[in-house]
Design a protein around this ligand. Structure first.
Ligand SMILES: [Zn+2]
Length: 124
């Protein structure tokens, strides 16, 4: 998938934001750095975490792979997270992902506040 900014390089940095739906940004690394520096949106803390490993208080960052899909929930395997142990499994409500990424094997990179996370997480 191409970077949404330069449309030349492969987008290696993905970020999903949740606010009445799922908004996904896909950038190559140089564009992600540029975007991060020019943005004052606190939710961009997800890029900060992905690019520099810097965690922002109050936010949860996660890189995870969808391993199972059920009716209205899905299970992810945590690759790296600021909040959950590596290799743990979590169940989320479907609202977390857009239809195009609603597939087993898809890797998700997302950020949300701790409260949003509580609303998204399904019963285990
Ligand atoms: Zn780019």
């Amino acid at each position: 998938m191409m970077c949404e900014k330069c449309r030349q390089a492969d987008a290696s940095v993905h970020l999903s934001l949740f606010e009445g739906g799922c908004e996904v940004h896909r950038f190559c690394e140089p564009c992600a750095r540029e975007f991060l520096e020019s943005s004052h949106d606190p939710r961009m803390a997800g890029f900060r975490w992905q690019l520099y490993g810097i965690q922002t208080e109050g936010f949860v960052n996660m890189r995870a792979r969808i391993i199972r899909i059920e009716r209205e929930t899905f299970v992810v395997h945590v690759i790296k997270s600021s909040h959950f142990p590596d290799d743990s499994e979590l169940t989320f409500r479907r609202g977390l992902v857009s239809d195009e990424t609603w597939n087993v094997g898809v890797e998700l990179n997302f950020i949300c506040t701790v409260d949003e996370l509580k609303a998204l997480i399904g019963s285990a």
